[in-house]
Design a protein around this ligand. Structure first.
Ligand SMILES: [Zn+2]
Length: 444
C-alpha cells in the first residue's frame, strides 16, 4: 500500500502543477494550452499504467479498463480548476505537505479524487480482476465553467449505464433540485430613483445594492432606514442627488436563507417613497420570502425538499427594471410550470426569459447503485448517515444514472474553491480504498 500511496502522491503532484484554469482557446485546446497539456499528460499516465485512452478533442478524455460485457461503468471527474486566488499560506501549485495535509489548488476538486480512482483501477488490473462492465474514468476539462466539456463528450461517446462522480460529498448525493435562472424585465415609472443596481451573480445572495435618489428627503432619512446615504459628487451629474446603498450578507444561491439580501433591503425603502405598482409587484413577489410563497411557486416534495428562490441581481435600463432570480425547485415540479406561474402574475409589458436551466437529478435510494455505494461507504467509515438531497449542482447531473460520491468526508471542513485547499493524506488513502471497492462492485 505504501508504494501505491506514494505513486498516487507523485501523480497528484504532477497534475496539480498544471494551472488548469480556463484560458484562451486554440485548435484542439478548447480551454487553453495548459488544460490541453494536463489532459495529454493524464492520458499518458493512463497508458503507462496499461490502459486504453481516448482524447475527445481536448474537451475531455477517458481512461478505459475493458470488460467482457457490453455495459459501461462511468467515473466522472475533472481536471480543470478555479483560479488559485490570494491568501495562500503555501504555494498553490507545489503540493507541499504540512501536518498530514497536502496543499494545492485541485487536490480535492478534483484532481486528487481522479488520481485515487485511476490507481484503484490499476490495483484491480494488477490483481488480475476481469470486469464484466467496462470501466471508463472520464475526465472533463471545464467543469468549473459550464461543463461544455462533457456536453461535447457525450455527443459522440456512450453514456455509462451506471456511474458516480467523485466531485461532491460523502456519503452520497442521490438527489439534486432543478436549477433555473430567470430573467424578468418590467416597465416602471419612478419619480425619485434611478440607477438601481445590485448583485453581480444570479447564484449569489447580493451583499450590496444601490440607487440614486433625487428629491426632497435628506441623507439622515435614509440612514434612519438602515441605508448608507451619501451626497453624490459632481461626477454623477445629478446635482444634489443622494446615493443610497443597502448592505447585506452574501451566501450561495442554493441556500438563500443563509444570506441577507441587499436588494430586498433597498427595495423596501424605495417602495415606501415611490408609488409604483410594478415596483411594488417586484418587491412584494420576490423580496419577502425565499421559499416562493409570494411568487406562488412554493413547493416541496419528500425526495428533494423545499423550493428556494434567490433574488440575485437588479439593474435599470431607462424605465425598465431587469432582475434575475435563481430558483432551485423540487424534482416533482417542471420548469415550465414555474415559468407559467411567474408569467401569469407579472404585470403587463413584462418579458421573461431563461438565462440558465439544469434539470434536477434523482436516483432512487433503493437502487442497486445507491445501495452498493452506501454499503461500501459504511464499511470503510462506520457511518450510518443517509444519502443526501441538495439544492446545489454537482457534476453527476451530466450523467443519466449517476450520483455524486465523495470526496468530502462528513467530518471534514471543505476548502474547495478557497485559499489553502488541502487534502488529508490519510483520507486520500481512505478514498482510494472506497473507490477501489466501488469500481470493483459496480463493474462485476
Ligand atoms: Zn469539482
Amino acid at each position: 500500500m505504501n508504494n501505491t500511496i506514494n505513486n498516487m502522491i507523485t501523480t497528484l503532484k504532477e497534475l496539480v502543477s498544471y494551472n488548469t484554469v480556463r484560458e484562451e482557446a486554440f485548435p484542439n485546446a478548447p480551454f487553453g494550452k495548459t488544460n490541453r497539456e494536463c489532459l495529454t499528460r493524464t492520458l499518458d499516465i493512463g497508458k503507462e499504467l496499461g490502459f486504453d485512452t481516448f482524447d475527445c478533442e481536448g474537451y475531455a478524455g477517458h481512461i478505459e479498463y475493458k470488460g467482457t460485457g457490453a455495459e459501461l461503468v462511468g467515473v466522472l471527474g475533472h481536471l480543470d480548476i478555479v483560479p488559485a486566488g490570494d491568501g495562500w499560506t503555501y504555494p498553490p501549485f507545489a503540493c507541499e505537505v504540512h501536518d498530514g495535509y497536502m496543499y494545492g489548488r485541485g487536490v480535492l476538486d478534483d484532481k486528487g479524487p481522479v488520481v485515487a480512482c485511476l490507481y484503484a483501477m490499476k490495483k484491480l488490473k494488477d490483481e488480475g480482476f476481469v470486469p464484466t462492465r467496462s470501466i471508463r474514468l472520464i475526465m472533463g476539462c471545464n467543469e468549473e465553467n459550464g461543463s461544455t466539456c462533457v456536453e461535447r463528450y457525450f455527443k459522440t461517446e456512450t453514456m455509462p449505464d451506471v456511474a458516480f462522480s467523485p466531485d461532491g460529498d460523502f456519503p452520497l448525493i442521490h438527489c439534486e433540485k432543478g436549477i433555473v435562472w430567470i430573467g424578468l424585465s418590467i416597465p416602471t415609472n419612478l419619480k425619485f430613483f434611478s440607477s438601481i443596481t445590485g448583485g453581480d451573480k444570479t447564484n449569489m445572495v447580493p451583499a450590496k445594492a444601490s440607487a440614486i435618489y433625487s428629491g426632497e428627503l435628506d441623507t439622515e432619512y435614509f440612514v434612519s432606514k438602515g441605508l448608507i446615504a451619501e451626497k453624490c459628487d459632481t461626477a454623477c451629474q445629478c446635482g444634489k442627488a443622494i446615493k443610497v446603498t443597502a448592505v447585506g450578507r452574501s451566501a450561495h444561491g442554493s441556500t438563500p436563507a443563509k444570506g441577507d439580501n441587499a436588494i430586498n433591503k433597498l427595495l423596501a425603502v424605495i417602495c415606501e417613497i415611490e408609488n409604483d405598482q410594478n415596483l411594488n409587484y417586484l418587491y412584494n413577489t420576490f423580496s419577502k420570502d425565499v421559499d416562493g410563497t409570494n411568487a406562488k411557486i412554493k413547493s416541496t416534495d419528500q425526495k428533494s425538499g423545499d423550493l428556494s428562490m434567490n433574488f440575485g441581481t437588479i439593474t435599470t435600463d431607462n424605465s425598465t427594471l431587469k432582475i434575475s432570480l435563481d430558483v432551485r425547485y423540487p424534482i416533482s415540479l417542471t420548469l415550465q410550470s414555474i415559468l407559467d406561474i411567474i408569467a401569469e402574475n407579472a404585470p403587463l409589458g413584462h418579458t421573461i426569459n431563461v438565462l440558465n436551466a439544469q434539470a434536477g437529478l434523482f436516483v432512487d435510494p433503493d437502487s442497486a447503485l445507491v445501495k452498493t455505494l452506501m454499503g461500501i461507504y459504511k464499511k470503510h467509515t462506520g457511518s450510518n448517515s443517509p444519502s443526501i438531497a441538495i439544492g446545489g449542482g454537482t457534476y453527476a447531473r451530466e450523467l443519466k444514472c449517476g450520483v455524486a460520491f465523495g470526496p468530502m468526508f462528513e467530518d471534514e471542513e471543505s476548502t474547495i474553491h478557497m485559499p489553502n485547499e488541502r487534502l488529508r493524506l490519510d483520507y486520500f488513502e481512505k478514498m482510494f480504498h472506497i473507490y477501489y471497492d466501488a469500481i470493483k462492485e459496480l463493474s462485476k
